[in-house]
Design a protein around this ligand. Structure first.
Ligand code: ADP
Ligand code: MG
Length: 421
């Protein structure tokens, strides 16, 4: 018998977890390079395809044939890149990455991967979900389910922080996407998402881009040179932007040296205050999505029990500081933002398959009553594999009927509905 795995297919990093029967907890699995996280970067080299850290290093060193951030174009069938005369869509590239994750896990564990749950941003549309599923099939994976990333992270959190009636806002800021979900832990072991929203074009990459702009603006005001007109220097800054951004999480300032036509080697320093000021509008975009979500549920910040931080970009200190400023809650980071999603998927793939006798649809209004109850004391979830999650769809649904002549009959949209995981 093989194993069942949870896969976090991220914009910047991907990860795999399995369920450990002995401890009753999900655990991460390293890739064949011995790393917990696999950069979602592919390099088309002369006679081979390189995946992960080596491809990321090549990208940062300015080598040719490297592709990254393709998840942002998931569901778009047009070519994302051309390599060796062949077109690759975001789905094709994701299939290559997923196959690597599958084969790597098989090598490390010595077991065959039988089944997988793959995660996607909650805000993904059907087309993007279908593309993810197709990519997984191409990669030779038998996918039990596609689940939402914040829901997966919340499952991991709930294992050790069960709190009846707690209303948790999951704030998930990754590399390319932002999702925010409000969920409630109801009677153990049932959790339900109340509502979700997001923006799949808002993530750490946008912070990188604004850091590049900040560097360009500073160089221009100090030297009068527009870095964009010096392609080699601009590309060098572009490649280092993420590393520079991460160093600003640790340090007050960071520097980069560029070659300018007139000044030669020129060192530019950026402080965290300057970076925070430039990127404040991005934070505010996340904040207004959070406020809208609360508004749609008729809730206020005070109605929330906690705000849970998920996603690598929540490591930037500006994120918890901003959330505290607007909400009055000190956000909690009780899960490892890099691992929680894959671990939640590993729980999900090991849960018993539900016996669907009927499908029930609930609207947001149906949850109004349960939202009134006060949160109780925190406990540990007695049995992880009894967990049940009622998830929500981010986008409205409708029903299409087609007659023999191909005429479409479309009903009026259903309001937001939920489904049981
Ligand atoms: P995804 O799931 O979209 O791949 P992740 O949740 O793995 O995203 O987060 C990746 C993002 O987090 C990247 O934009 C990365 O630069 C950012 N990140 C990771 N660690 C840090 C850090 N220490 N400081 C700032 N940003 C970070
Ligand atoms: Mg992620």
């Amino acid at each position: 018998m093989g194993i069942k795995i949870g896969i976090d297919l991220g914009t910047t990093f991907s990860a795999v977890a399995v369920y450990d029967e002995e401890s009753g907890r999900p655990v991460m699995v390293k890739n064949q390079e011995g790393e917990w996280l696999t950069p979602s970067v592919i390099q088309f080299a002369d006679d081979e395809i390189i995946i992960g850290s080596e491809a990321k290093d090549s990208y940062e060193n300015g080598e040719n044939g490297c592709v990254s951030v393709f998840k942002r174009r998931m569901g778009d069938p047009s070519p994302y890149c051309v390599a060796g005369g062949k077109n690759y869509s975001a789905q094709d590239l994701s299939a290559i990455l997923l196959r690597y994750l599958k084969e790597s896990t098989e090598k490390i564990t010595g077991q065959r991967v039988d089944e997988a749950v793959v995660t996607v941003p909650a805000y993904f549309y059907q087309q993007e979900r279908a593309a993810t599923l197709n990519a997984a099939k191409t990669a030779g994976l038998n996918v039990r389910q596609i689940i939402n990333e914040p829901s997966a992270a919340a499952m991991t959190y709930a294992l050790s922080h069960w709190r009846k009636n707690a209303k948790i806002m999951v704030y998930d800021l990754g590399g390319g996407t932002f999702d925010v979900t409000i969920l409630q832990m109801s009677d153990m072991p049932v959790m339900r998402s109340l509502k979700t929203t997001g923006n799949h074009m808002l993530g750490g990459k946008d912070w990188d881009d604004l850091l590049i702009r900040l560097i360009c603006d500073k160089i221009f005001s100090e030297t009068g040179t527009d870095l964009r007109s010096v392609p080699a220097a601009y590309k060098a800054v572009e490649r280092q932007a993420e590393t520079l951004k991460k160093s600003l999480t640790q340090l007050y300032s960071t520097s980069v040296t560029v070659m300018l036509p007139e000044q030669g080697r020129y060192k530019i320093t950026v402080t965290v205050d300057e970076f925070n000021e430039y990127t404040r509008p991005l934070l505010e975009r996340t904040g207004s999505l959070c406020r809208n979500l609360l508004g749609e549920l008729n809730m206020s910040w005070d109605d929330l029990t906690d705000i849970l931080l998920v996603g690598g970009s929540t490591r930037m200190k500006q994120v918890p500081a901003y959330l505290e400023e607007i909400s009055g809650h000190t956000p909690i980071s009780h899960v490892n933002p890099d691992e929680a999603v894959a671990m939640g998927a590993a729980i999900q793939v090991n849960l018993p398959v539900p016996d669907y006798k009927e499908v029930s649809l609930r609207t947001v209004q149906d949850t109004a009553e349960v939202r009134q109850s006060a949160a109780e004391e925190e406990t540990e979830l007695s049995s992880p594999l009894s967990l049940r999650y009622t998830d929500i769809v981010a986008h409205a649904m409708g029903i299409i009927a087609v007659n023999d002549e191909g005429t479409y009959y479309i009903n009026k949209q259903l309001s937001v509905v939920s489904y049981q995981l």
